[in-house]
Ligand binder design. Sequence first.
Ligand SMILES: CC(C)(COP(=O)(O)OP(=O)(O)OC[C@H]1O[C@@H](n2cnc3c(N)ncnc32)[C@H](O)[C@@H]1OP(=O)(O)O)[C@@H](O)C(=O)NCCC(=O)NCCS
Length: 310
Amino acid sequence: MPDQCTVHVLEYPYPDDFIAWYPYTKPDQMSGSDDWRRWLQRVIDGDVPGLRDRFVAARHTPTGQWVGVVWASVSETCPEIAHFGWFYTDPERQGVGVGGRIIETYLNTLAAEGVRVVMLPTQLSNERAIGMYYRRGWQLSITDPQGGVWMVREPRDFYGEYFTPDPARPVRAGEATAADYVALDYLLSRPAAPIRLLPLGLSGGRRFLSFCHDWDTGVHMVARQQGRPVAIAVGMPGGEGVQVDTFGLTARAMLTALRPIVEQAPNAWSLIAASDMRRREAVEAAGLRLQKTLTQTIAGAPMSLCRYGV
Ligand SMILES: CC(C)(COP(=O)(O)OP(=O)(O)OC[C@H]1O[C@@H](n2cnc3c(N)ncnc32)[C@H](O)[C@@H]1OP(=O)(O)O)[C@@H](O)C(=O)NCCC(=O)NCCS
């Protein structure tokens, strides 16, 4: 069967027969969240600025039918990193190598373009898909309590180097844009990111948090160095003020993203893990003061937290 297929890297505008077949935008064919369905429709309509979206799809030569596909996305501002998602082979064609050929074409295409990291979300229960990814170099990086997992295929030490800003260069804050999403998902794709504490569950375990998250509620700022996101900060109305939080690998990057939010929030407050000295440093440098320590049960375990306020 794979010998009877040709694999194509499709870009906007997509062929009409591909759009007619593409299953993930069709609620009657695929269950799942309307958030990502809306996002995929924007991709198909060529309406996502700052991202290079593609579908790698297999066509069955004897019948001319599309039979398998995966979505791929690379940001213009961080071309070393790619998203991979919504992998699918028609049920009657599964298990004979179509998916394997799609992945290999995808990886070869990206490698030729200089992509070094490929991230994907899946479910812990999807052993077959996880096995396929694992055998091709992906590792599990973060799991959420509902069984959602992130898998990342990356060079050793890449993450830390990528998100540690050069101390000699400026870091500047700006509002989050779609072009930041790939790097932000990668930044938050670590258990070390104590993201559970970020307001509204801006969590690295969610499926492509970048476009499932409600960016219109609250304020989001991204710290960037030379266009590359290095930290995110969030301000969310709640608890008689604005709950703020931030995540990045350095206090300087976090402070850069957080400061403009704290400056505009009349009554900013934050809950930070007591052991997270770098985030506490950033929150204190932004002008918040330690008010009290408390213990909360988070992910089934007690955690010591510091409450900060103005
Ligand atoms: C996941 C999916 C896209 C794979 O496509 P496919 O065309 O069936 O893939 P292939 O035939 O090339 O490969 C099947 C792989 O599963 C393995 N496999 C086959 N049957 C298996 C089984 N019962 N248990 C575990 N692994 C199995 C094969 O060994 C092969 O892995 P390998 O290439 O590393 O040897 C397809 O099964 C699918 O559409 N599933 C439903 C949607 C889905 O789960 N998408 C993934 C979301 S992350």
